[in-house]
Design a protein around this ligand. Structure first.
Ligand code: NAP
Length: 247
């Protein structure tokens, strides 16, 4: 997969899946903007690793849950690089609780980051992609958005919302050379899943036909494929990277 000359923005790229996605896209030749919210040091580490392996990258702080800040992020990328070819909406948080105990704040926080953050970035990136008459938008959903999950009503609603958002954007922008797809990871080993209780991990493990948890690389390679020319006739799809969990 050759992404040379492409400019890619990965939100939430300081840690986990976003971090690996930034490194993978850079490895295929893209100039990568590593967005982070609070983890500045970790984002700078990602940039250093990419530069040291001969790639191009820079870090930009932005809380994508704030629509005005998301606009500033996209504006900054376009001002600096004059284009935006690949947008990966990866930034995400969880605030798990059973529905009776879930606060409005926790519901709103998860929707604001995972779903509205993706909407805001797409809205502003699309203007530039329409001018270019090309672009790749890849949204990170989740197996939870397809199957539901007890204790994650906010997260599952956001991740299911991302699928609807993806399909609508694919229909709206397809005639202008822009594709929009979602990747739905299953259980991937990151800080987000490290904190889950052992019994939850064991029960999830039992539902995976491939009998192993996924790695960030598994998701990053799927994102790179959807960003590449090899996927130019694919839009509005949800690519499951879940070891068969949600089939
Ligand atoms: P993670 O290790 O917790 O990393 C989350 C990343 O999102 C961090 O880089 C964090 O940046 C960033 N972030 C959080 N809030 C942000 C905000 N408001 N603005 C900008 N960046 C923000 O999570 P992960 O496991 O890699 O998950 C990445 C994505 O995959 C998420 O959308 C998640 O829902 C999805 N996913 C994960 C799994 C899994 O099993 N791990 C499964 C399905 C889907 P800072 O540290 O700089 O704040």
């Amino acid at each position: 997969m050759d992404l040379s000359g492409k400019v890619a923005l990965v939100t939430g790229a300081s840690r986990g899946i976003g971090r690996q996605t930034a490194k993978t896209l850079a490895g295929y030749g893209a100039v990568v903007i590593v967005n982070y919210n609070g983890s500045k040091e970790k984002a700078c580490e990602v940039v250093d690793e990419i530069l040291q392996s001969g790639g191009q990258a820079e870090a930009i702080q932005c809380d994508v849950a704030d629509p005005a800040k998301a606009k500033e992020l996209i504006d900054a990328v376009i001002k600096q690089h004059k284009r935006l070819d690949i947008l990966v909406n990866n930034a995400g948080i969880t605030r798990d609780n059973l529905i009776l105990k879930m606060s409005e704040e926790d519901f709103d926080a998860v929707l604001s980051t995972n779903l509205k953050g993706s909407f805001s970035c797409i809205r502003h990136a699309a203007r530039q992609m329409l001018k270019q008459r090309s672009g790749r938008i890849i949204n990170i959903s989740s197996v939870s958005g397809v199957m539901g999950n007890a204790g994650q009503a906010n997260y599952c609603a956001a991740k299911a919302g991302i699928i609807g958002l993806t399909k609508s954007v694919a229909r709206e922008l397809g005639s202008r050379g822009i594709t929009c797809n979602a990747v739905a990871p299953g259980f991937i080993k990151t800080e987000m899943t490290d904190s889950l209780p052992e019994e939850v991990k064991a029960s999830m493990g039992g539902q995976i036909p491939l009998k192993r948890f996924g790695e960030a690389e598994d998701v990053a390679e799927a994102v790179a494929f959807l960003a590449s020319d090899a996927a130019s006739y694919i839009t509005g799809q949800v690519l499951h990277v879940d070891g068969g969990m949600a089939m």
